[in-house]
Design a protein around this ligand. Structure first.
Ligand code: SF4
Length: 103
């Protein structure tokens, strides 16, 4: 099962460098979904890196998440405002952890 496309209706638990975090945030094991325009479910992300390579406008950067059971780094959509909605990241993610929605 991939990211919940309705996650934006969840309360935002926190904000990190201007990026909202939705859902359950209980680090290091539960990290929730990061981003509003470009949402990455950090609890699904396995640090495959395809999205980082695919994005033409460098929306993502690695964020270390030591102690998380799925992977110890995540694709952080720090630059989500730059998204051009090409959907490349959505299409390459092997665990369907990304949902993109224009504001
Ligand atoms: S939809 Fe395209 S531009 Fe937007 S984050 Fe994904 S790869 Fe980057």
């Amino acid at each position: 099962m991939g990211i919940d496309p309705n996650y934006r209706s969840l309360p935002a638990a926190k904000e990190e460098q201007g990026v909202k975090i939705y859902g359950t945030y209980e680090p290091p094991t539960k990290l929730g979904i990061w981003g509003t325009i470009v949402g990455v479910d950090f609890d699904l992300c396995i640090a495959d890196g395809s999205c980082i390579n695919a994005c033409p406008v460098n929306v993502f950067q690695w964020l270390d998440t030591p102690g998380h059971p799925a992977s110890e780094k995540k694709a952080f959509p720090i630059n989500e405002q730059a998204c051009i909605f090409c959907m490349a990241c959505v299409n390459v993610c092997p665990v369907a952890a990304i949902d993109v929605k224009p504001p």
